[in-house]
Design a protein around this ligand. Structure first.
Ligand code: ASP
Length: 307
């Protein structure tokens, strides 16, 4: 039997420079990433499904205030919190997504409920909240999500008054991709979006095919970065298509799509888990909080692009 498994996670890409990241801060990120990676890896090692593994990893990252998802999410221009998430199962390409939810502690679990307990793929705003109540998700007070550091970033963004994108940002979206011992893949992504977003802006993270995609015939993908560019390139599906239709390797396909994002002026990164058991990272930013582990004994946590 093919008992291989693999998992990769990210906690966002962006302008993450050694000189700006104090040792203690770096260690805190590594601890958060390691907890999520190990939670997913342990499930896979026990024969658990890729779907359960990516969900377990992402939920921990959502609860970790360091990352821009769930607790610790970025603020909208008006000072609110609007959360987006998606999950996809490579077995049958079942998918669930939510956008602009404001009271659900773990949006990824709501996305999973959309996939498993609704006839739909994507629910947004008030309707998604209503579905959450019907599914028994207890609302949390919006203050659960708020952190002083994200509030400071919003004030800084507002004071600048130029540009709609905080191009110096550390995109803090979180994601996980995995391949289980049954050779199934799955992907999950969760985010607060971009600091200072307005007008109900939704990024790539909850859009199936843009920031999240999984297909057993190819791979699972989760993205982070300037969402508009990942939407315009259909980035996650493009990687899966390159693997499936062109027969490219995971790294080659991921590099090609990140180059395409870059050529349009976008930045960010992706994580990929192949149905073949391999994993790949690609980024065109200075860094991406990331980690991977597999049944061959590999276990890595990395932050900077040159690691
Ligand atoms: N991709 C996310 C978005 O545009 C942002 C991020 O990666 O942090 O919503």
């Amino acid at each position: 039997m093919d008992s291989r498994w693999s998992i990769a996670i990210h906690g966002g890409a962006g302008t993450i420079l050694r000189e700006n990241l104090a040792d203690a801060q770096r260690r805190a990120y590594e601890v958060g990433l390691a907890a999520a990676l190990d939670a997913g890896a342990n499930l896979l090692a026990e024969g658990g499904s890729a779907l359960d593994a990516v969900a377990a990893a992402v939920v921990l990252l959502e609860d970790d205030p360091l990352f821009n998802a769930g607790r610790g999410a970025t603020f909208t221009f008006e000072g609110g919190i609007e959360l987006d998430a998606a999950i996809m199962d490579g077995r049958d390409r079942a998918a669930g997504a939510v956008a602009a939810v404001t009271t659900v502690r773990n949006p990824l679990l709501l996305a999973r409920a959309v996939m498993e307990h609704s006839p739909h793929v994507f629910l947004a705003g008030a309707g998604a909240e209503q579905f959450a109540r019907e599914q028994g998700f207890e609302p949390v007070d919006p203050s659960w999500f708020e952190t002083p550091e994200r509030r400071r970033q919003l004030e800084e963004f507002r004071a600048r008054k130029s540009g709609w994108f905080d191009s110096s940002v550390k995109y803090g979206t979180v994601g996980a991709v995995a391949r289980d011992t049954q050779a199934h893949v799955a992907a999950a992504t969760s985010t607060g979006g971009l600091t200072g977003k307005r007008w109900g802006r939704i990024g790539d993270s909850p859009l199936i095919g843009a920031g999240t995609y999984a297909d057993d015939r190819a791979c699972a993908v989760s993205a982070t970065g300037a969402g508009e560019y990942f939407i315009r390139t259909g980035a996650a599906k493009a990687i899966a298509d390159r693997v499936c239709l062109l027969g490219e390797g995971l790294q080659e396909a991921a590099d090609a799509v990140i180059a395409e994002v870059g050529a349009l002026g976008g930045d960010g990164g992706v994580i990929v888990a192949g149905a073949d058991g391999g994993t790949a990272f690609a980024l065109n930013t200075a860094g991406m909080y990331r980690g991977r582990a597999d049944s061959e004994g590999r276990r890595e946590i990395a932050i900077f692009g040159d690691e």
